[in-house]
Write a protein that binds this ligand. Sequence first.
Ligand code: NDP
Ligand code: 2IT
Length: 460
Amino acid sequence: MSIVQEITQDSIQVAKDYVHQVYEAVIQRNPHESEFHQAVKEIFDSLVPVFAKYPTYIKHGILERISEPERLITFRVPWVDDRGQVQVNRGFRVQFNSSLGPYKGGLRFHPSVNASIIKFLGFEQTFKNSLTGQPIGGGKGGSDFDPKGKSDGEIMRFTQSFMTELCKYIGPDEDVPAGDIGVGAREIGYMFGQYKRIRGGFEAGVLTGKGIGYGGSLARKEATGYGTVYFVQEMLKDAGLSFDGSTVVVSGSGNVSIYAIEKASQLGAKVVACSDSNGYVYDPAGINLDTVKRLKEVERSRISEYVKVHPTASYYEGCTGIWSIPCDIALPCATQNEIDDESARLLVANGVKAVAEGANMPSSLEAIEVFLESGVLFGPAKAANAGGVAVSALEMAQNSMRLSWTFEEVDAKLHIIMTNIYRNSVKAAEEYGYPGNLVVGANIAGFIRVADAAIAQGVI
Ligand code: NDP
Ligand code: 2IT
């Protein structure tokens, strides 16, 4: 935006009124969608100084446009379980914003999935993807299907049925899904096979997170966890700190957690705890990652099994207790709202120095307030976990060129992208009067690229 206005009390009030009015309209138009409201509120509140400085955004109705998805598709997913019983789930794809490129974002299979969760994830994804600097719009999808306890045959029949409908809406230049909770390389493989069979062509770029043997990118599996740690490395460096010798707690034990633990350990940290949706393990000797990989990536079993092979460790039921373990660095990598204000206060009281979100929206708005007010270094999700989708964009690029880069090449590009996201967020926070506040900085930096592209493309 070129028309700059001097920031005065009046211009701030106009901006606040605008943000408030559009937020109220979002609540009215999307009733009972608390996760979506939460994600919208976090971004909208950060943008007040932008509208105070560049009021022409208001004339362009930019908040109204970016908070309304371009489309939300829901569909029936019928499948037959191993007993011969017909089951029906609901499938979703939100195509949130295509200002910067084809819709891009993962698919989540979890019983909690509903329109609110898919819309919060799609909204967040739009700004996260913008921060990566890659040419990707924002989307998200999934189903309320519960993969836990399902046989391999059931997973395949479900994912094939899901793709039979989803394939009508996606394509390498239209919408490119990937994994998220409950969707990993196995599910992507089955979906890719079904898409190929229906379309009758090998369109490698239609999905990312594919197996290395058929168009996947090296380092995609590691990218989100590694990227989060690279981001934290930059935060720590600016504060004169480092991972070396630190104690780290990582929630979850899925894709993001495993590779966050791996990279943090490589940098000299001792990771003492991780979890799943039933409970957490605390191992003062340091979590043995080979055991976690075997339990979660190979056997698909519970984290409680860990203590059977590691007598130094203890297992505790429930997810929130993990935040009572004293640590220097906390990396929530499981799911949304896993840290409330009480857990945040506990972490601060126990001396946490840095918190970074590997998961999407793992801290409640109140928890974020606690971290920011107490001066803890805080890396918000859309910046700190952008490494996964960034490498997905690199996978799309490799697919278009019909070549593949080495692990080292992709990892080096990921490192540069994460460092740039950190620097751009720091810069935006400073420029708009919130030095050190990466929540505001990431939201503003992500927003401006999307907003300017949307306005340049007219009222569509
Ligand atoms: P996975 O399915 O691989 O792992 C999820 C982990 O979180 C599992 O340990 C799971 O436990 C636990 N978990 C899931 N739901 C809950 C819950 N309701 N309460 C407590 N624990 C829970 O998913 P990912 O690692 O891929 O995703 C984790 C987070 O990271 C999500 O927020 C996702 O949106 C985000 N993310 C993922 C990216 C990716 O590339 N995969 C990229 C950026 C963000 P259990 O085994 O018991 O289910
Ligand atoms: O939340 C996320 O960024 C992801 N689940 C990854 C999305 C992707 O398209 O790689």
